[in-house]
Design a binder for this molecule. Sequence first.
Ligand SMILES: *[C@@H]1O[C@H](CO)[C@@H](O)[C@H](O)[C@H]1NC(C)=O
Ligand SMILES: *[C@@H]1O[C@H](CO)[C@@H](O)[C@H](O)[C@H]1NC(C)=O
Ligand SMILES: *[C@@H]1O[C@H](CO)[C@@H](O)[C@H](O)[C@H]1NC(C)=O
Ligand SMILES: *[C@@H]1O[C@H](CO)[C@@H](O)[C@H](O)[C@H]1NC(C)=O
Ligand SMILES: *[C@@H]1O[C@H](CO)[C@@H](O)[C@H](O)[C@H]1NC(C)=O
Ligand SMILES: *[C@@H]1O[C@H](CO)[C@@H](O)[C@H](O)[C@H]1NC(C)=O
Ligand SMILES: *[C@@H]1O[C@H](CO)[C@@H](O)[C@H](O)[C@H]1NC(C)=O
Ligand SMILES: *[C@@H]1O[C@H](CO)[C@@H](O)[C@H](O)[C@H]1NC(C)=O
Ligand SMILES: *[C@@H]1O[C@H](CO)[C@@H](O)[C@H](O)[C@H]1NC(C)=O
Length: 278
Amino acid sequence: MGHNVIFMLSAMVYLLINIVTSLNSSTDEYALLAFKSQITSDPNKILAKNWSQGTLFCNWIGITCGRRHQRVRELNLADMGLGGTIAKEIGELSYLRSLIISNNNFHGFIPNEIGNLSQLQEIEMQQNELTGSIPPTFEFLENLSKLNISHNGLTGNIPNGIFNLTSLIETSFGSNNLSGSLPMDICFNLPKLETLRISANQMGGDIPPSLGACMNLKLLSLSYNNFSGSIPMEIGKLSKLQVLYLGANNLIGNIPNEIGNLSALVYLDFGHNGFNGT
Ligand SMILES: *[C@@H]1O[C@H](CO)[C@@H](O)[C@H](O)[C@H]1NC(C)=O
Ligand SMILES: *[C@@H]1O[C@H](CO)[C@@H](O)[C@H](O)[C@H]1NC(C)=O
Ligand SMILES: *[C@@H]1O[C@H](CO)[C@@H](O)[C@H](O)[C@H]1NC(C)=O
Ligand SMILES: *[C@@H]1O[C@H](CO)[C@@H](O)[C@H](O)[C@H]1NC(C)=O
Ligand SMILES: *[C@@H]1O[C@H](CO)[C@@H](O)[C@H](O)[C@H]1NC(C)=O
Ligand SMILES: *[C@@H]1O[C@H](CO)[C@@H](O)[C@H](O)[C@H]1NC(C)=O
Ligand SMILES: *[C@@H]1O[C@H](CO)[C@@H](O)[C@H](O)[C@H]1NC(C)=O
Ligand SMILES: *[C@@H]1O[C@H](CO)[C@@H](O)[C@H](O)[C@H]1NC(C)=O
Ligand SMILES: *[C@@H]1O[C@H](CO)[C@@H](O)[C@H](O)[C@H]1NC(C)=O
């Protein structure tokens, strides 16, 4: 008797979970269709033909679903010539790990709702025409390891919270119109960071000595900005650094001897600054 009740209850719970899961997966379809509806240019009619209602969205081009649940894990629409704005409903793809829309013609703002995608590991939005600022809500993406938003028209500061995302490995903010300065404690929480590319923006202020705490840094590019002050000697602690680009800024003073200890270095550019000394 007791066993039967338990069996019935667990069967009901199982059914309920399935109903809830299927409700959620229809949320994914709804979110994808909302995303499609804001695409105004699709020259090769890729989404127009392929993303059609009535076919399972997991089979749509650019979509990868999880094996166990029919939920979107990856959205990869790179290099498709798509234009339009990014629908805020994208923030409802709650299981998304990888969001790749690079090398298209997306314009307008990056929706704050992307900060709701707590499982995101990868954002690649480089080479579009995005404007406005980097959403401060990105600070909630605790598992983000790759962030590339280079070659857009983004303005404003890089939100400080981004530098508290301990999972970050590769970042590129290059070729935008970003301003402000880097936080002095930039590397206190970035143990895995390998790439930091901020070149070709309008950032200024001092180069933070705490960069010396990003022990895994291989590439540091701050060129074509308005950074001032001198090169902190702490940069000399970055034993894995292979690329150091600081050219075309307002840097002054001596080049610290510690730079001579960067034994992994392959590329170095300090040109177009105001250095003196030997
Ligand atoms: C359904 O979605 C909601 C909100 O997006 C989430 O809290 C819940 O865990 C999801 N349920 C399942 C079974 O995926
Ligand atoms: C969409 O594209 C995928 C991958 O190319 C293909 O497998 C699928 O059949 C297409 N679906 C439709 C409705 O055209
Ligand atoms: C998603 O993000 C937006 C903006 O950041 C917020 O207003 C909204 O409450 C969030 N929604 C959920 C379901 O967390
Ligand atoms: C982040 O990654 C860890 C380790 O893979 C995992 O346990 C955790 O659930 C993830 N967090 C989110 C919000 O997905
Ligand atoms: C940055 O701003 C300047 C002046 O406002 C503008 O001419 C330039 O095209 C912008 N650069 C980018 C990459 O948006
Ligand atoms: C990281 O978070 C801590 C605690 O909220 C804060 O004090 C610190 O300034 C943050 N670091 C950065 C680089 O934003
Ligand atoms: C970001 O995208 C740019 C432009 O496509 C590319 O050159 C760069 O290597 C990428 N950076 C990272 C960290 O993926
Ligand atoms: C560059 O920084 C200096 C201060 O170091 C400031 O006086 C100047 O206005 C800045 N230039 C630009 C173009 O932001
Ligand atoms: C360079 O590294 C060596 C060995 O680790 C150390 O003894 C020396 O003090 C360092 N020189 C500078 C200028 O940091």
